[in-house]
Write a protein that binds this ligand. Structure first.
Ligand code: AMP
Length: 403
């Protein structure tokens, strides 16, 4: 693998896999975070005197068209992104109507240093998600250096994210700056961490987070469990949880995790008390109770004050913090307090020198909602990819470059 930062792109044509899967409504981009995230990588190539061929997926055209025959491929075009990117870069962005057509090949071949070409949506072809080698070979011809800057799809062995790398020698394939940032942040937490290392795991379901917790039992000193998933643990231990979220088929698994943590000397922290509600609604009546004594007909929708004080204490003593998943139903104002308090504690610990990584869809949404995104060490953009990384899996997009 080559280093992107030290590569001189002068006279090179960089074929960059980006993640431009941004929300577009009626042709208007409503959140351009992912496009902005790719700018440093694109600008570096252009500044060196290279040219850029960009490729991305957008949505699930073939699957959606199958379900809704009134849709056509044109509903999934990346064209609006080309226009927006041109504004952000302050330079023209050419567009090829098809990612592997003769037109795409001619436009790529004719690119001059400083010029940018965006290819149409890779997922117009089923070969992309199938990881088809011939399709990858056609894409590979469009550039002479392959740069993967799409961490969000690094857990997929797709043609443009993994298979394509085999067509480039070791010194001509590399991570872009965005991907490099994600990989470094994840490595800091998993492999170069300072102890105490606290993982804060929340969200709805234990079953979604079981692999991550199991892997973290090998790395972390403390695991804080909050959110809906905590009640499965309380029930497993004989508690009464009312109508709180619970996965009854995971009770044994929860006990098994507690036993394993004990064996490994990892402390699992559960929220002693909860904010409870008489229904799952923003206007529900609320009260508080011990999490193991939720009255019948009530449900825990946030962690309580004792839990907040306890978790804050653990977080304040941590040197490394990984946070995935909210502590409660933070989308509703009445149940956002716990998640906000934990976000504040993570920010505070970061100020005092801890390394903090927030990853996974809803916790990222939470730090954004509370305006803390720039006050933690790193916010990961790659939801599923980051989860799989923390589950200890090898991500095909990373492995393909490292080979
Ligand atoms: P996940 O995608 O697994 O991280 O779960 C995030 C979702 O879990 C958010 O939409 C939260 O509203 C929800 N959640 C968090 N705590 C609870 C809870 N105590 N009861 C029900 N849902 C919850």
């Amino acid at each position: 693998m080559a280093s992107f930062s030290s590569h001189n792109f002068s006279g090179h044509k960089a074929l960059i896999r980006v993640d431009f899967n941004v929300p577009i409504k009626n042709g208007v981009i409503t959140d351009d975070t992912r496009i902005r995230a790719a700018l440093p990588t694109i600008k570096k190539v252009l500044a060196d005197g290279g040219s850029v061929v960009l490729m991305s997926h957008w949505g699930r055209p073939l699957k959606d068209i199958e379900k809704k025959p009134n849709l056509t491929l044109a509903d999934f075009t990346l064209k609006p992104v080309a226009a927006h990117l041109a504004t952000l870069l302050g330079t023209d962005v050419q567009f090829a109507d098809d990612c592997i057509s003769d037109d795409a090949a001619q436009k790529a071949a004719a690119l001059q240093p400083g010029q940018v070409l965006l290819l149409e949506n890779l997922r117009y072809y089923k070969q992309e998600e199938k990881g088809d080698v011939d399709f990858a070979a056609k894409l590979a011809k469009l550039g002479d250096v392959y740069v993967n800057d799409a961490f969000g799809t690094a857990h997929r062995a797709h043609a443009s994210t993994a298979i394509i790398a085999q067509f480039f020698p070791g010194d001509k394939k590399m991570f872009g700056l965005c991907m490099e940032g994600e990989v470094t942040a994840a490595e800091n937490v998993l492999h170069n961490n300072k102890k105490p290392f606290t993982a804060i795991i929340g969200g709805a379901k234990v079953s979604d987070k079981i692999l991550i917790i199991e892997n973290l039992l090998e790395k972390a000193t403390d695991i804080i469990i909050g959110g809906g998933m905590a009640y499965t643990f309380f029930k497993a231990e004989g508690g009464h949880i009312g109508s709180s979220l619970c996965e009854d088929d995971r009770l044994d698994m929860a006990l098994d995790l507690i036993r394993k943590a004990d064996e490994k000397g990892v402390t699992i922290h559960l929220p002693a008390d909860s904010i409870i509600a008489d229904k799952f609604a923003a206007d529900a009546a609320t009260s508080s109770s011990l999490s193991s004594e939720v009255p019948a007909g009530w449900m825990g929708l946030d962690i309580g004050n004792m839990a907040i004080a306890h978790f804050k204490q653990v977080i304040s003593q941590s040197k490394t913090i990984l946070w995935n998943g909210p502590m409660g139903v933070f989308e509703m104002d009445k149940f956002q307090h716990g998640t906000k308090a934990i976000a504040e504690a993570v920010v505070e610990a970061t100020k005092h020198g801890a390394y903090s990584l927030v990853g996974g869809g809803d916790s990222v949404a939470a730090v954004n909602k509370f305006g803390f995104a720039d006050k933690v060490s790193y916010v990961s953009t790659g939801g599923g990819a980051m989860l799989e990384y923390f589950e200890g899996k090898e991500l095909p997009g990373i492995a393909a470059i490292n080979k």
